[in-house]
Design a protein around this ligand. Structure first.
Ligand SMILES: [Zn+2]
Length: 185
């Protein structure tokens, strides 16, 4: 086994570069996305098992394997909490590119990130105080709190988990995971 692994690590399998493979923990909770190449290595090392594959086969001199879409780690991995910094892109991703005041979705470039409690009034630059806002709502709100401006947030801003952001950034992986969950329960 060790010999064939080494061969596989450097072999010429024709990996589709663009696709990412969803990695589930042993408990089926999603963990991350990895490259097809990384997924194959995990499968060959028996660190993971195949949950779902495409119709395609990947060939090398030593192996023929279905192209993985979803794999599951054979052992449970406990991960430390990974906090994600509240960048503009990450806040908008959490809020699904939707203005949190009026529900408008004018596109990424027409959106801003609003400090719910204005910075000049002591509001922090953290997940709980940041919300996606369209330019119109941001302008209307100015340096007021939502209450002073007579505006209401659609939901209270929160810190998303790393995995939630991973899934939001990859709708294909997210829908696949939802389908698997639907089939499992
Ligand atoms: Zn708005």
């Amino acid at each position: 086994m060790a010999r064939s692994l080494r061969e596989c690590d450097k072999d010429t399998m024709n990996y589709p570069m663009s696709r990412s493979v969803l990695v589930l923990n042993a408990t089926l909770e999603p963990l991350s996305l990895v490259s097809v190449r990384r997924a194959i290595v995990l499968l060959l090392r028996e660190k993971a098992e195949l949950v779902e594959a495409t119709e395609r086969m990947l060939h090398s001199a030593n192996h023929a394997l279905p192209e993985p879409l979803v794999i599951r780690l054979t052992r449970y991995v406990r991960l430390p909490h990974r906090s994600v910094p509240p960048t503009r892109g990450a806040v908008m991703l959490r809020d699904a590119y939707t203005c949190q005041y009026c529900g408008d979705r004018p596109g990424k470039h027409a959106l801003t990130v609003d400090h719910v409690a204005p910075r000049c009034r002591g509001g922090g630059h953290d997940w709980a105080n940041l919300a996606t806002a369209c330019k119109r709502c941001n302008h209307k709100k100015g340096s007021m709190t939502p209450r002073e401006a007579g505006m209401k947030l659609m939901r209270r801003p929160f810190e998303p988990t790393y995995v939630a952001l991973v899934l939001l950034s990859n709708p294909t992986a997210a829908s696949r995971w939802e389908a698997l969950m639907g089939a499992a329960f």
